[in-house]
Design a protein around this ligand. Sequence first.
Ligand SMILES: C[S@@+](CC[C@H](N)C(=O)[O-])C[C@H]1O[C@@H](n2cnc3c(N)ncnc32)[C@H](O)[C@@H]1O
Length: 203
Amino acid sequence: MSFDVRAGTWDASDRRQALAEAVAQAIRERFDLESSMHLLDIGAGTGLLTRRLLPFVGKMSAVDTSAGMLERLRENLADSDDRVTIYHTDIVGFDNPEPFDGIVSSMTIHHIEDTKMLFEKLHAMLKPGGFIALADLAPEDGTFHDHGNEGVFHFGFEEASLKKIAEDAGFESLAYRIVHTVDKGAKGTYDIFLLTATKPPLR
Ligand SMILES: C[S@@+](CC[C@H](N)C(=O)[O-])C[C@H]1O[C@@H](n2cnc3c(N)ncnc32)[C@H](O)[C@@H]1O
């Protein structure tokens, strides 16, 4: 089932709200967010993460391929949309108008096939000294998605290999930490990591 179709009921899930809350909290614990900052949220969807970080930064950009999810984001941001710029595009082809102070994401990078290319792009889109904070599934057995695995290119990410990809792309100060566990009852539990790293400052 496409994200366009699921957009209408996306925010009604307590499980998704709890995940986004845990990720936002972990990002705020790791980085000192400031009102001068411009963050990018990749695969922002309806804005579960964007909306939780917006009060702590100056502005945000939200990129997503789903028109339906972005329509919900626009509705959700009715009071503060002047601080959020929305781009309906694939992150792979996104041409950022200015470099970002930080790039965040929750539950999106397993939908992007070429992880190495993604990290090289993230690095290029950041200011020197900027950060990434990306949350996604730790390795899983392919059962996480209740609606099938169409558009799922990775069954989670293993710590060492993801860190190596980030390091090869030029990031430093890497950390991979489990910040949340999704409980799907009889199906089992699924750990969610937050990968954080910085682009070296100009020396
Ligand atoms: C699982 S949802 C997560 C949405 C939101 N971050 C959240 O936590 O609720 C993944 C989102 O990534 C978007 N997406 C998938 N592939 C993408 C790509 N290549 N570029 C931009 N967005 C993408 C989907 O449309 C969807 O809204």
